[in-house]
Design a protein. Structure first.
Length: 495
């Protein structure tokens, strides 16, 4: 072999040798991002691989962009109600491209901030498509077609989920909007047909209605947000109905025709298959918000020894370890509750277990907030869940009208309620439907974490006038008892 040939062979060998990292993260979501910055800040060599988004879905196409646009819709509502606040506003127009541009500007700023943090911590962000070639070994295909091989002492899978299209005849051909496309609209839809009455469907239905769309929501359940308590579902339905949104419940979509963005028709059957009433509704756009599926295809997980559940999520234990040594999974792809704050806590679980700790996912609190206006927020047990488990409880419930700060805001719609254990003062759950619900929830959650009795909130000296001060009124009100005999055998409604 000549010297030239020897050198050439060595170069080829070098190119095929994986680059060594302490941690390789497949998928760049929020949990991944915080993991990368944290481990890199601790001196580890870290690489994050994502196909498109710096920071994953949350700051780019999901949580933050949607709340940005929802806030613009709230401003529209304030303008529309301006006379109520003593302000004269004679006519206004919605510039949807301006709404979109405000969102885009925010996203761009977040991307820059994230990249700056990558540089500061020393973690490497790689924009490309990653897949396993072997245990703990990932191949990344870059935009120019070249590839890199990365091997991690540990690997985290965090590829998230995506919106699913139900198997409705001709739905895919209609090119429906998902939340991604809905947040990129440059014009207000003339008539938006929303398939699905869950988080995404309800939030965007209200926002688009406020921008000026005619909106129709279809849901297959008997109630919107069907997993919530009946009083919550009714309050949400009344909210949307009062804003002029048409709601069709117990509705099954038989067929979709046309093209979203032009003209689209939906054939729907209400109130059962046999005796149901068939209707045809026409709109300009159709939005699908009926659930999500995990992004596990094409990752080569089988080559890494990573197994999936029967629902297609990565199989993990309570420490978020997969079936492959040295491979972990966090966030939605691991079947965790689909919230950004949970993906961050998933990172904490993995970080603890990689640094000598013993943290698990079992038994943790899962708070959530629906960003309608007003908001819906919940932590712990709902009444429906307590009934299904036969748990006796005392119920405290007051309308938002009892909150003096809400009166100053002209935002008195809704209620707050809390479940307290029947034979102790322990808070079991809290639900708020009203102004500032998400912020108020945090105060109750912290009390629950600390193991404080409800009387600690009842007797606390809270600033006046604030929305959180309403907790004093709530826990000072008369409670109603719900004993085991009354509640045993109740059923949680189907999703």
């Amino acid at each position: 072999m000549t010297r030239t040939e020897s050198t050439s062979s060595a170069q080829v060998l070098k190119k095929t040798q994986p680059e060594e990292f302490d941690l390789v993260i497949l998928g760049g979501g929020t949990g991944s991002t915080v993991a990368a910055w944290t481990f890199a800040g601790e001196g580890k060599k870290v690489a994050v691989v994502d196909r498109k988004y710096i920071g994953g879905s949350c700051p780019n196409i999901a949580c933050l962009p949607s709340k940005n646009i929802i806030h613009s819709a709230k401003v529209v509502d304030y303008v529309r109600r301006s006379k109520e606040f003593g302000i004269t506003c004679d006519g206004f127009a919605i510039d949807m491209s301006g709404v979109r541009d405000r969102k885009r500007k925010m996203v761009s700023g977040l991307n820059e901030m994230y990249l700056d943090n990558y540089k500061k911590t020393g973690a490497e962000f790689i924009c490309g498509t990653g897949r396993f070639l072997a245990p703990r070994t990932v191949e990344v295909t870059l935009a120019d077609g070249t590839t890199r091989q990365l091997r991690g002492a540990n690997v985290i899978v965090s590829t998230g989920t995506r919106a699913t299209l139900e198997k409705i005849p001709d739905l895919a051909e209609a090119q429906p909007l998902t939340h991604i496309e809905a947040l990129e609209l440059g014009q207000v839809p003339e008539h938006l047909l929303v398939i699905g009455g869950g988080y995404v469907g309800v939030e965007l239905a209200q926002a688009m209605r406020r921008f000026g769309s005619k909106v129709t929501v279809f849901d297959r359940n008997a109630r919107l947000m069907a997993r919530e308590d009946p009083d919550v579902c009714d309050a949400l339905r009344c909210l949307l109905a009062d804003e002029g949104i048409d709601i069709l419940l117990n509705a099954r979509i038989k067929q979709v025709s046309g093209k979203s963005g032009d003209s689209v028709s939906v054939v729907v059957v209400q109130n059962g298959e046999q005796n149901g009433i068939e209707k045809v509704l026409k709109g300009s756009h159709v939005l699908v918000a009926t659930g999500r599926i995990p992004n596990t295809e094409g990752l080569g997980l089988e080559l890494a020894g990573v197994e999936l559940t029967d629902r297609g999520y990565v199989k993990v234990d309570e420490r978020l370890q997969t079936t492959a040594p040295g491979v972990w999974a966090i966030g939605e792809v691991a079947g965790s509750p689909q919230f950004t704050h949970i993906s961050i806590d998933d990172f904490r679980v993995v970080h603890s277990n990689l640094t000598g700790g013993n943290r698990v996912t079992t038994g943790r609190q899962v708070p959530y907030c629906l960003f309608t206006d007003p908001e819906l927020a919940r932590i712990g047990l709902s009444e429906t869940e307590a009934m299904a488990r036969g748990i006796a409880y005392r119920l405290f419930k007051v309308p938002m009208e009892t909150n003096l700060r809400a009166h100053t805001l002209s935002e008195t719609r809704g209620f707050v309620k809390a479940l307290v254990e029947a034979d102790s003062d322990r808070i079991l759950g809290f639900t708020a439907f009203g102004a500032g619900a998400g912020e108020t929830l945090a105060a109750v959650q912290i009390a629950m974490i600390a193991g404080l009795p409800y009387t600690a909130l009842r007797d606390a000296v809270l600033t006046h006038p604030t929305l959180v001060e309403g907790l004093t009124s709530l826990f000072s009100s008369a409670s109603s008892a719900h004993n085991v005999a009354e509640t045993r055998g109740a059923q949680i409604p189907a999703a």
